[in-house]
Design a protein around this ligand. Structure first.
Ligand code: GLN
Length: 574
C-alpha cells in the first residue's frame, strides 16, 4: 500500500516538474499567423490579443504584430472615419488600432516594428531599388516584396517565446496575396513545427432551418489551401452554440483536428475574451499544435478579477464624449476603452454618450450636456466643431462638472480660459487660421516647429509632408508638487504619448494662472505646457498627450481612474 502511495506521489511530482520545465522554451520565437475569412470585422485583432494574454498566463513572453495590406504607408494620414483611431507607440509610430488591443490585453508596449502596411513594404523596396541595392535585378513581388515582408516578421524574433502576426483583411483579397505568400514561405524557411496558422471564420445561423452553416468556412479554408496555407486552428465566430456534429464536420472538411475547431461566441465585454477563449480551449489547441506538452498551467487570476468587476459593477455613470468623429466610435477606440477601465477600477459601469460638438457650434451647449456626470473632449484635427468644444469646456468649468480634455480637448480648454476668464476675446489656435488661410485669432495655441526629444532638438518646417510634422511618441513631463495631477499620478515625473502639431503658448501662462488655470505639467525643459488644471474646480484637467493609449483593464490609467471616480462623486450630488 505504502509502495503504491509512493509511486503515485513520484508520478505527481514528476508531472509537476515537467510542467515547470515546459516553460523553458529554447530562445527562438514560435510564430502564430492569424488570418481571417468569410467576412471582415470578425474580431481577429481581439482573438490575437486574447491569445497573446493566454500565452502570457502560461508563463510565456509574447509580441503581437499587424500586417496590413492597404497601400497607405501608415494610417497616420487616413481619416478616422475610414480607419478608426490611429494608435501611437512609444517610439512614435502611427499604427493600426489593433495594436491598441494588443497592448490592452498583453500590457506589452507596441513598437514601430509591430505594424506594417503594403505601402511601407513597397516604399522600402522601391527606395532600395533606386539606391541600386538590388544590383540591377528585375524587382518582383516574389521574391523581393515577400522577402521584405519576411524580414519584417522576423525583427526581434529571438526576444520572445511567441510572435503573433495578424494579417489584415480577409483571404482572397487581391492586395493581401503577397502577405499570404510571404507567411507561407516563412513557415518553410523555419524548422518544422515553428509556425502555425490560425484562421478566423464565421458560422452563419439560418433561422429558417435552425442550422449553423459550415460551407462559408469550408470555402474560406479552401481559398487558404489554394495558396498553400493549411490552417492548424480554426476559430469560428458563431451566435449559436456549435453542436458537436458540426464541429466534427468542420474538422473533417477543413482538414483540422476536432479540438482545433474553437468556438468564439459573442461576449458582454471584450475583456471576457481571454477567459472565454480559454474555456473553448484555444490556448491548449495552440500549445498542442506546437507539440508543447505537458502545457504549463495558466494563471488567469488577472482576468478573473476583470470579469468579476464587469459582472459586479455597483452603479453606473453617464459620461459625454464631445467630439467630431462621433459617428464612428472606432475613431476614439482607446478613449472609450480607457473609460471602461476607469469604470472597472471604480466598479461602476460607464455609459458613454457621443455628443457631436458641431451641433452647438453656434448655439447653447447646455441642453446637450446637462445631466452628464462628466465631460470628455478628446483629440481631433481641424476647426470644424471646435466652437462647440470650447463651449463644452466652458459649461464644465462654470457648472463644476468633471472635465477631461485630451490634446485638442486641452487646447480648447485653454482657449476657453483665455477668452472667458482672461479677457483675450479673440483667442484661438493657429491651426484654424492655417486651415482658413487667414489670420483671425490671437494664437494662444501655436504651431510648434522646434522641440527637444531626449538630448536632440527636433525641427519642422511648414512645408514638411503631412505624415512627418507631428510631435509623436513618448515624452517626459514634470508635474507641479501639490497639483491635482501630481496627486492623481502619485508622482511628479511621468511619460506619456503625444500626437500633435500645435502647442499651448507659455506667453499667456502668467495671465491664465492669475485667473486660476494652473500649468501643472510641463516638458522637462519647462518650455511646453503638458497639463493644465482649474484650481477652484472639483476635477478639470487638460492634457496635451494621450493617456488613453496606455490604459489597460487590469491596470487602468490613473487619470481615467480618477476621472471616473470624480464622475461617481458627481453622480451622487444629482
Ligand atoms: N489638432 C491639434 C494639434 O495638432 C490636436 C491634435 C490631437 O488632438 N491629437 O495640435
Amino acid at each position: 500500500m505504502l509502495r503504491l502511495y509512493a509511486t503515485v506521489w513520484a508520478w505527481v511530482l514528476a508531472y509537476d516538474w515537467a510542467e515547470q520545465t515546459a516553460r523553458e522554451l529554447p530562445k527562438m520565437a514560435r510564430f502564430i499567423f492569424i488570418t481571417g475569412g468569410v467576412v471582415s470585422s470578425l474580431g481577429k485583432g481581439l482573438a490575437s490579443a486574447a491569445l497573446g494574454s493566454l500565452l502570457q498566463a502560461r508563463g510565456y513572453s509574447v509580441r503581437l504584430r499587424k500586417l496590413d495590406p492597404y497601400l497607405n504607408v501608415d494610417p497616420g494620414t487616413m481619416s478616422p472615419f475610414e480607419h478608426g483611431e490611429v494608435f501611437i507607440t512609444d517610439d512614435g509610430a502611427e499604427t493600426d488600432l489593433d495594436l491598441g488591443h494588443y497592448e490592452r490585453f498583453t500590457g506589452v508596449p507596441a513598437r514601430m516594428t509591430d505594424s506594417v502596411s503594403s505601402g511601407r513594404i513597397y516604399s522600402n523596396v522601391l527606395e532600395r531599388e533606386r539606391r541600386g541595392d538590388y544590383l540591377g535585378k528585375t524587382i518582383q513581388v516574389v521574391p523581393h516584396v515577400t522577402n521584405e515582408i519576411k524580414d519584417f516578421i522576423s525583427i526581434g524574433e529571438d526576444e520572445v517565446d511567441f510572435m503573433l502576426c495578424e494579417i489584415g483583411g480577409t483571404v482572397g483579397d487581391i492586395e493581401g496575396l503577397p502577405f499570404f505568400e510571404a507567411i507561407r514561405q516563412f513557415s518553410h524557411d523555419k524548422p518544422r513545427g515553428q509556425c502555425i496558422f490560425m484562421h478566423l471564420t464565421l458560422l452563419p445561423y439560418l433561422a429558417a432551418s435552425g442550422e449553423l452553416k459550415t460551407k462559408p468556412t469550408q470555402h474560406s479554408v479552401k481559398e487558404l489551401q489554394s495558396i498553400g496555407i493549411a490552417p492548424d486552428i480554426l476559430v469560428c465566430r458563431s451566435e449559436q452554440p456549435i453542436p458537436e456534429k458540426e464541429r466534427e464536420k468542420i474538422a473533417l472538411f477543413c482538414n483540422v483536428r476536432k479540438e482545433a475547431v474553437v468556438a468564439a461566441y459573442d461576449l458582454k465585454s471584450i475583456y471576457e475574451a481571454p477567459l472565454a477563449y480559454h474555456r473553448e480551449g484555444l490556448d491548449q489547441a495552440v500549445l498542442d499544435a506546437f507539440g508543447i506538452a505537458p502545457a504549463p498551467r495558466p494563471d488567469l487570476s488577472k482576468w478573473d478579477d476583470v470579469a468579476d468587476r464587469i459582472y459586479n459593477a455597483d452603479g453606473e455613470v453617464n459620461i459625454a464624449i464631445v467630439g467630431k468623429y462621433t459617428q464612428l466610435e472606432d475613431a476614439y477606440k482607446s478613449v472609450k476603452e480607457a473609460l471602461t477601465h476607469g469604470g472597472l477600477a471604480n466598479k461602476v459601469k460607464v455609459n458613454v454618450k457621443w455628443v457631436d460638438s458641431e451641433v452647438f457650434d453656434n448655439g447653447d451647449a447646455a441642453p446637450y450636456l446637462e445631466g452628464f456626470h462628466a465631460i470628455l473632449v478628446p483629440g481631433g484635427f481641424g476647426e470644424r466643431g471646435t466652437e462647440g468644444k470650447i463651449k463644452a469646456a466652458q459649461f464644465a468649468r462654470e457648472r463644476k462638472v468633471p472635465y477631461l480634455g485630451i490634446c485638442l480637448g486641452m487646447q480648447m480648454a485653454v482657449i476657453e480660459a483665455a477668452r472667458n476668464a482672461a479677457g483675450l476675446t479673440t483667442a484661438g489656435s493657429e491651426e484654424f487660421d492655417h486651415e482658413a488661410g487667414e489670420k483671425r485669432f490671437e494664437p494662444v495655441v501655436y504651431h510648434l516647429k522646434e522641440w527637444v526629444q531626449g538630448n536632440a532638438t527636433v525641427r519642422r518646417k511648414e512645408t514638411d509632408d503631412k505624415g512627418g510634422t507631428m510631435r509623436l511618441g513618448a515624452y517626459n513631463a514634470t508635474l507641479a508638487e501639490g497639483s491635482k495631477v501630481a496627486q492623481v499620478y502619485g508622482s511628479t515625473a511621468i511619460e506619456e504619448r503625444h500626437r500633435h502639431r500645435y502647442e499651448v503658448d507659455t506667453k499667456y501662462r502668467e495671465q491664465l494662472e492669475a485667473c486660476g488655470l494652473q500649468f501643472s505639467g510641463m516638458s522637462p525643459d519647462g518650455r511646453l505646457p503638458e497639463i493644465v488644471e482649474w484650481k477652484d474646480h472639483p476635477w478639470f484637467i487638460g492634457v496635451q498627450f494621450h493617456p488613453e493609449l496606455k490604459s489597460k483593464p487590469f491596470d487602468p490609467h490613473p487619470l481615467f481612474k480618477d476621472f471616473v471616480r470624480a464622475a461617481v462623486e458627481a453622480s451622487r450630488l444629482v
